[in-house]
Structure formats: C-alpha cells, structure tokens
Design a protein around this ligand. Structure first.
Ligand code: HSE
Length: 302
C-alpha cells in the first residue's frame, strides 16, 4: 500500500515548556507517518511505536475521521490505514495529537474540502482539548495558545541554534493520570510566579537572551505535582543542568524530560539517562530540532 496514496508526516511536540502550562507547544523533528486508502472496512497496520493500539474503528484516527463525517453530514466510508510510528506513546510527546491531526488531514483529502484551523480544532477538542500539542502537530513551530470559546494562537520563530534533547523513560504515563494529580485551585502567588516566567520565556526566546531560560521554565502549577509520578525527576533536571543544558522541563504531561541545549547534546542526554537509571528507570534520549512545517503530505519514509 501507499504507492498511489499520499503519506502524511506529522511531528511530535513538547508542550508547556515548564511555566507555559497548557499554553506553549513546540513541534519536534520526530515523526509519525500515515498512509490511508479507501476500503470496505476499517483496518490499521501499525509499525514501530504503538503496535498495541486498536486496529479497527476504535482507533483514535478512525474515531476522529468518523466524527468529522458526522459533523459535516457526509458518509463515513472506511479506510485502510498504515502507520509508521516513531513517537513513543503516552510519554508527553504528542503522539495522540498526530493521530487526530492526520485523521482530519485525510478527511480533507478524501472529501476534497479544506477545513479552517478552527474547524479542525473544534473536532479535535472533542478527543483531546490540548491546543499545545494539536497546533504544533498541525502547523509546526513554536505555538502560543489561549483558549476560551475559541482558540487564539500565534506561531513564533524558535531560535535555530537551540536543540531539544528529550530523555524518554521506559514507562508510560497517561495524560489523564498526570492531570488527576493537579490542584483544582492555585494561589495568587503561584499564578503570578508562572505568569512572570511564561512571559519571560517568550521574551528570552525572541531576544535570544538564553541565560534567562533556566529561570523562565520554572513552574509551580504542574511539575511539583507530576514529579511524584516520575522517579528521580529533580535529579534528572539537575544532571542536565550540570551537563550544560540551558533549560530543563517536563515534556507535556511527562514522563519525558526535555532540555534546551546549544551544544553538548550527547553529554546532556547521557547524563539524564544515567540519572534515571540510578533511580531504577531505564531510559533513552534523542537530540531533536524544531519542526517548522507541521503535518505535511510527503513520500513514505525509506
Ligand atoms: N498541556 C497538557 C498537559 C498537554 O500538560 O496536561 C497534554 O498533552
């Protein structure tokens, strides 16, 4: 399959960037690939990560596609979908956002109808209300998102010289579980703390004042609670900083830890891995750059 059918490449994302809880998202150069063709029933062939995901219409891709058909009043003809997944599932790297975005992009392709970003997000939100993963997967780049009835967003330039080292522990953590540990209410003091640092993060990146990034990613809204679910989190952060990282934070809902680096990516990655290992958790790292394109139709990977 796939010779005559389009393949869609959708990037991973890291979200929050510490202080920008539910606000910042950054697309990464790690991808899932989707190929789809019309069929008489829903079926999925999954290679790589997420091989245990449902292979029928219970798959998230199928659910989103069918919902889009309902919303726009068209017949939900089934597809045969092939996925080649490089993004580990349930690690805070936006893998489910790639399935949601790809279902909507294939819906547009097969229905020959372009949806606006807002129309796509309205459907996507029924499945995952996190624009900080969905928008980077769709558009690429560094996204600042604000949600009420609508989603307001800006795509900003991200410094080309910063690489993102992600250290991926060998266990899954569902976003649901990682949100259940959060507090429903926060103090004014903590809200101000994050507001100050999230603003500082955007201005430091825009002005390339990298020495401020370590302070700018500090957070009091989610990491202090989520770190209880991630053995060794504080030590992993410290090991990345002592190896030269500019900024270190939990990637999305975790358990992946991400570091911004100007150099020494292998040193930082190895330090994070060995610190996780000291806490009995096996892990691996990848050094990535920012994806600027978002979901893009392309050829299948070689
Ligand atoms: N901002 C969301 C969270 C991302 O941290 O829960 C979930 O993918």
């Amino acid at each position: 399959m796939g010779q005559d059918y389009a393949t869609l490449r959708v990037p991973a994302s890291t979200s929050n960037l510490g202080s920008g809880f539910d606000t910042f998202g950054l697309a990464l150069s790690l991808y899932n690939y989707f190929t789809a063709e019309p069929s008489d029933r829903w079926s999925f062939e999954i290679e790589g990560e997420g091989e245990n995901l449902p292979k029928d219409q219970e798959n998230l891709f199928a659910k989103v596609y069918i919902r889009a058909c309902q919303v726009f009043g068209v017949k939900a003809s089934p597809l045969k979908v092939k996925m080649i997944n490089h993004i580990p599932t349930a690690r805070g790297l936006g893998s489910s956002a790639t399935a949601i975005v790809s279902a909507l992009k294939f819906w547009e392709l097969f229905q020959e109808k372009e949806l606006s970003v807002e129309e796509k997000l309205r459907i996507a939100f029924e499945f995952e209300p996190h624009p900080d993963n969905l928008l980077p997967a769709l558009l690429g780049g560094f996204l600042v998102c604000a949600v009420d009835e609508e989603v307001h967003y800006q795509k900003l330039d991200f410094p080309e010289d910063i690489r993102i080292v992600v250290c991926i522990p060998d266990f899954e953590l569902s976003t649901k579980k990682a949100r259940e540990v959060l507090r429903k209410e926060v103090s004014l003091k903590d809200a101000i703390y994050n507001l100050q640092r999230a603003s500082l993060l955007v201005s430091s990146l825009c002005k390339r004042n990298y020495h401020l990034l370590k302070e700018a990613v500090k957070d009091k809204l989610h990491q202090p609670y989520r770190k209880e679910l991630i053995p060794g989190f504080n030590d992993v952060l410290e090991s990345a900083y002592s190896s030269g990282a500019l900024a270190v934070f939990l990637s999305g809902a975790g358990p992946t830890v991400a570091s911004f680096c100007l150099d020494g990516e292998d040193r930082v990655g190895s330090a994070m891995v060995s610190t996780f290992e000291k806490h009995g958790i096996s892990a691996s790292y990848m050094s990535l750059s920012v994806d600027k394109e978002g979901a893009t139709f392309t050829k299948p990977p070689a």
